[in-house]
Design a protein around this ligand. Structure first.
Ligand code: GLA
Length: 384
């Protein structure tokens, strides 16, 4: 959807024009899963898909929200009492949480009218929530004339999700949404948010990056995510480190020997080897060898499936079938329990991979997945 269309939708909903239109992308994580909740390293890229927020300020402190095309539906109107954690639920909690977190961070903000649209697949492990938070943060800051730097924006959006929506996510998705640059993957140290843009252009290497949205919906809030996170923290405590990122890969065996049970050992092994896979992926991309990232995707998937235990049959099937149809490697991406797979395939095999995945899902009686190729898109920005 163009900025013009977003502005028109705003005007149809609110009866006056917006002062601006902002967009923030979803992301696909190339590698580095569940490392951000261990202060480790990740390597996401922005999707071409975005959430758009058209906005105008209000001076009564209220937040009026509308999403979609139909002015008769999709409304939420929030007053001061609703703008506190626990008081607003559903999709409106994300924009409300961002306004709350901005105010909590000391920014003096009135209210706003916001029109929300977008094409980031929802519940697909592609960070539609972070895209919504970041688009709203840019819109609220933009209409109020606030200068927010990308790190602060990401932290505010994460706070909104943790403390207002109630999902204990890490900082990867929000940072990817605000800091990614087209044609690059973002090598991010989630401890201090230091990052480097790593050139990532699979097309130039004759490859395609494919996303398979299994359409199996995950619910991050259902406790499994929090339970993995708590397990990692218990592992760090047992090893006497601040976070698992502080366990060096070449000391992993020693660390595992010091852990009391096999469950903790499996969680720690995933996180420490995953940080190492991120390091190797960056090294291979820097050397111009995109193909060599394939085996790292496979190793990452096996680790998430067998050690971290966040995969599911549909994700495992998509990975296995993509590989047997010619992909160079594939893995689940995002929090798991459904959502998407990312696969790296030679351009001439991309159609085979898609056909094979659709066929295998039909034979297994699963819902029809959505398969699409992505290029590394731009981070959050003002459109108009
Ligand atoms: C979700 C969270 C992220 C990250 C991933 C798993 O996307 O929002 O912070 O933890 O899961 O890597």
């Amino acid at each position: 959807m163009s900025a013009r269309a977003a502005a028109d939708a705003f005007e149809r909903a609110f009866g006056h024009p917006p002062t601006g239109v902002w967009a923030a992308p979803g992301r696909v994580n190339l590698i580095g899963e569940y490392t951000d909740v261990n202060e480790g390293f990740v390597l996401p890229l922005a999707l071409p898909h975005t959430v758009r927020a058209a906005a105008a300020p209000r001076d009564d402190g209220r937040l009026r929200l509308h999403r979609g095309d139909d002015p008769a539906t999709g409304w939420a109107e929030l007053g001061p009492a609703d703008l506190a954690p626990g008081r607003t639920t559903g999709w409106a909690a994300y924009p409300a949480g961002v306004l709350w977190a901005l105010r909590e961070a000391g920014h003096e903000l009135g209210g706003a009218d916001l029109q929300i649209d977008g094409d980031v697949p929802q519940g697909a492990g592609l960070s539609s929530s972070a895209a919504l938070e970041c688009a709203v943060a840019l819109a609220l800051a933009g209409t109020a004339g606030l200068g927010l730097d990308p790190r602060e924006t990401a932290r505010i959006c994460q706070r909104a999700e943790n403390a207002f929506v109630g999902v204990p996510c890490g900082i990867m998705d929000q940072t990817a949404s605000v800091s990614c640059v087209a044609g690059h993957a973002l090598h991010l140290d989630t401890r201090d948010l230091a990052h480097r843009q790593v050139p990532f252009d699979p097309e130039a290497a004759g490859l395609r990056l494919l996303v398979v949205d299994t359409r199996v919906k995950h619910a991050l809030a259902d406790g499994a995510y929090a339970q993995r996170r708590a397990g990692c923290e218990a592992g760090a405590r047992a090893l006497g480190v601040r976070a698992l990122r502080d366990v060096p890969h070449d000391r992993l065996e020693d660390a595992l020997d010091r852990l009391p049970d096999s469950g903790l050992r499996a969680l720690v092994r995933h996180v420490v080897t995953e940080d190492e896979r991120v390091r190797q992926a960056v090294e291979r991309l820097d050397a111009g060898d995109v193909r060599a990232v394939g085996p790292l995707l496979d190793a990452g998937h096996a680790s998430l499936r067998d050690d971290f235990r966040v995969s599911c049959p549909e994700l495992d099937l998509a990975v296995a079938v993509a590989n047997s149809a010619g992909a160079l490697g594939a893995r689940m991406t995002g929090a798991g329990f459904g959502g998407s797979v990312v696969a790296l395939a030679p351009a001439e095999r991309a159609a085979d991979v898609e056909r094979a995945v659709l066929g295998a899902f039909a034979r297994a009686g699963h819902a029809r997945p959505r398969v699409f190729a992505v290029v590394a898109g731009a981070g959050a920005r003002r459109l108009a």
